[in-house]
Design a protein around this ligand. Sequence first.
Ligand code: DHB
Length: 391
Amino acid sequence: MLRRTFVGIVSAAAVTAALGGTALAQEALKIGLILPMTGPFASTGRQIEAAVKLYMQQNGDTVAGKKIQLIVKDDTGVADVTKRLAQELIVNDKIAVMAGFGLTPLALAPAPLATQAKVPEVVMAAATSTITEASPFIVRTSFTLPQATVPMAEWASKEGLKKVVTLVSDYGPGIDAEKAFTGAFTSKGGTVENLRVPLANPDFSPFLQKVADAKPDALFVFVPSGVGAQFMKQFVERGLDKAGIKLIGPGDVTDDDILNGMGDVALGAITTQHYSASHDSPENKAFVEAFKKANGGMRPNFMAVGGYDGMHLIYEGLKKTNGAGGQALIDAMKGLSWTSPRGPVSIDPQTRDIVQNIYVRKVERKDGELYNVEFATIPNVKDPVKAAKAN
Ligand code: DHB
């Protein structure tokens, strides 16, 4: 009698568990996409959201037999909001993955939650080197500023430039760019003067006056995506375009989204970066064409490719785990490689950063539009800051 009751309880529990399991299998896999959709960095949110949606449109919304549900949230570019949204998505929506993260402080804010909840955090935009060290659940499909910048210093030195002034936004990625450039350029005998401009509502003119007075061979600039237009306007207003000072830097300042609106002042700027809308490959031609078609002619920039590849990484990871998330998913992402619109890429299994080509580009007019035209390639570049730590 006792035994029968016990068996009865066990089997009832087993049935409940099995039913629960079936219900879970049919439940959607949710991806929380947290981006600045409003505020000063809304262009980053707009580019990434468009690219993520394009990827889903092209590759379907079922992976490993499960429906993918995208939940887009606007953090307005404020880190406390990013963190609150991540918490709500984890606790209430039970997301399998969080993704997006338009700036460094926005990527760092939810890192402890990723660790605690074992939810992979796919960083599609932010680019300070240390970000992936903030949680073992962070993986990145954008880039790091040192990765893009060291090749710039090497190019500048080879071109015979001797004196450079750096002007960077005063926060994580700007400081990374300043350090990477200064270290690599001075080690080759160059001299550098460093200037930093506030991230919020920057007024470049007092800094540009200092640049004009210093008369360097080149001005090295880092500003986050979207801010380049404002920088260029003040560059012209101060007459620096006519002062014979070369404009160089990582590619954020001549971002493909805004480059065409800058006009001839941008012509000749030399930048190093992982993505150009004019990258000559069949994958990129197809990407640019589809992206423009789906978005009223908007040109994809490097943020868009970070979002597109981030979705590819999530889809391929989920295929490998047969739909499982957590530790299995982050492990499955390590070492994945594919051909991106930007060229060949892979996820470094040690650092969870993306390994990719860095291209040296010059702003030129092509078919009536301004583009960053690639003219040299440095293949398979790792984040040099972490590579140096590993040695
Ligand atoms: C970051 C933001 C950007 O818009 C960019 O172009 C590079 C880096 C950042 O905050 O990490």
